[in-house]
Design a protein around this ligand. Structure first.
Ligand SMILES: [Zn+2]
Length: 411
């Protein structure tokens, strides 16, 4: 390979002919190219060959991956074609996605990085803005979703809401319980959003759903009951354990406030620092946290009792499914008598939601699994805020957790 064709390889240009190469005044490399004859005059949406329409806005540049530390661009004509289905559109080019100012290799690398590193790291390394990376993730996710049907063969799903921007807006997410993958996400948490998902799924696939795990909110359970006749609605174990953890935290705050008011500074400080030790699963505690817990047992019986209640309830998802109902009964009996208001309230909720809880047990939904899925989604959405738009959060979540992340180019 000699001369000008080397540039096609350097910039990862396939199905294109390089016409010229030059350096700009500020030291960037520009490679002028055109699509090969086979690739010309194609609609970017259906890839069909179309009659030419006009020259569009003339020459156009796409940012390519840097060559070492040098900026690189592909330059080409951007004529418009008249597609029978899609109207007048800028013709597709083989090196870039439709409506993008970056080459596909640039976008694939940026999207891969966005999945694997922080927003700041991606923007600095790729020498572009957060907003641009958000747009790149969106295009990469849209393309992958168009090529792969994530909703095929769904049987057991979880539907949940995720709070973004500290509760100022919400996403509804759908997870496949068999693969652990995120299969759908959209802004909003209301009946309309759930119905949008069911519309997309279609009647046939709705009828084939066997299990829907959720937090039993009406806006999820009603449309599911109406349109998915074969689906059992379960109370997601993650939510049951979270209710118990919340009740425990309420007691911790009470005890802490009492200590503060009584002027017991050392005790108050200790209780404040104990949050993680109380909250974590005991099998994951560090030796220091174990000591902290032992200390709480000595100094505050009420708080320690609340901790034991939480742990007892968590056991229903760890024992043999056959024993779970017995453990749940024991748990409830204890909670009713414990004289800790938040846990009495919890016992009432559990009593009301019991059919959903038992359905989850019957179907062997484990809390470890649901917790893992929820934690992952929350981490990714939090990282996605860096890109400043809800669409970018969704795109990043789909790339990371829907298994849609593009491979790194050229390897
Ligand atoms: Zn078309």
């Amino acid at each position: 390979m000699r001369g000008i064709r080397v540039w096609a390889r350097l910039l990862g240009l396939a199905r294109a002919v390089v016409e010229d190469v030059w350096m700009t005044a500020d030291g960037a490399v520009v490679v002028a190219a055109r699509p090969t004859a086979r690739e010309r005059d194609r609609c970017p949406f259906c890839r069909r060959r179309c009659p030419g329409y006009d020259l569009g806005e003339g020459r156009r540049r796409w940012r390519a991956l840097d060559l070492g530390t040098t900026f690189a661009y592909v330059e080409a004509d951007a004529p418009r074609v008249a597609c029978r289905r899609h109207g007048v559109v800028v013709a597709a080019v083989p090196w870039a996605r439709h409506d993008s100012w970056f080459t596909q290799t640039f976008e694939d690398q940026a999207a891969w990085l966005a999945v694997n590193a922080s927003a700041t790291a991606v923007a600095r390394l790729m020498r572009t803005s957060w907003r641009a990376v958000g747009g790149i993730c969106r295009r990469a996710a849209d393309e992958a979703r168009a090529q792969r049907d994530l909703l095929a063969g769904l049987r057991r799903i979880g539907v949940d809401e995720i709070s973004v921007r500290k509760g100022r807006s919400y996403l509804t997410v759908v997870v496949c319980h068999d693969s652990g993958r995120l299969v759908w996400a959209a802004p909003g948490r209301d009946r309309k959003t759930v119905e949008k998902f069911l519309d997309l799924l279609g009647d046939d696939r709705c009828a084939r759903l066997e299990l829907v795990a959720c937090d039993m909110a009406d806006w999820i359970t009603r449309p599911i009951a109406e349109r998915c006749p074969g689906a059992t609605v379960c109370l997601d174990p993650f939510h049951v354990v979270k209710l118990a953890t919340d009740a425990l935290d309420e007691i911790r705050r009470e005890v802490w406030n009492e200590a503060r008011r009584a002027g017991e500074v050392a005790l108050a400080k200790e209780l404040k620092g104990a949050r993680f030790a109380l909250w974590k699963n005991p099998e994951n505690l560090t030796p220091r946290q174990q000591l902290k817990l032992a200390h709480i047992q000595r100094i505050n019986q009420r708080l320690f009792r609340a901790y034991l209640l939480k742990e007892h309830l968590r056991q229903i998802y760890r024992v043999d499914p056959g024993d779970a109902a017995g453990v749940l009964n024991a748990s409830l009996k204890w909670a009713w008598r414990c004289r800790l208001a938040p846990f009495v309230k919890l016992a009432r909720t559990i009593r009301d939601q019991r059919p959903g809880i038992e359905a989850a047990l019957r179907n062997q939904l484990s809390n470890a699994r649901t917790e893992q899925i929820n934690t992952q989604i929350r981490l990714i959405t939090r990282r996605g805020f860096g890109y400043h738009s809800q669409e970018a959060v969704i795109a990043l979540a789909m790339l990371s957790l829907g298994g849609l992340c593009p491979p790194l180019p050229g390897r």
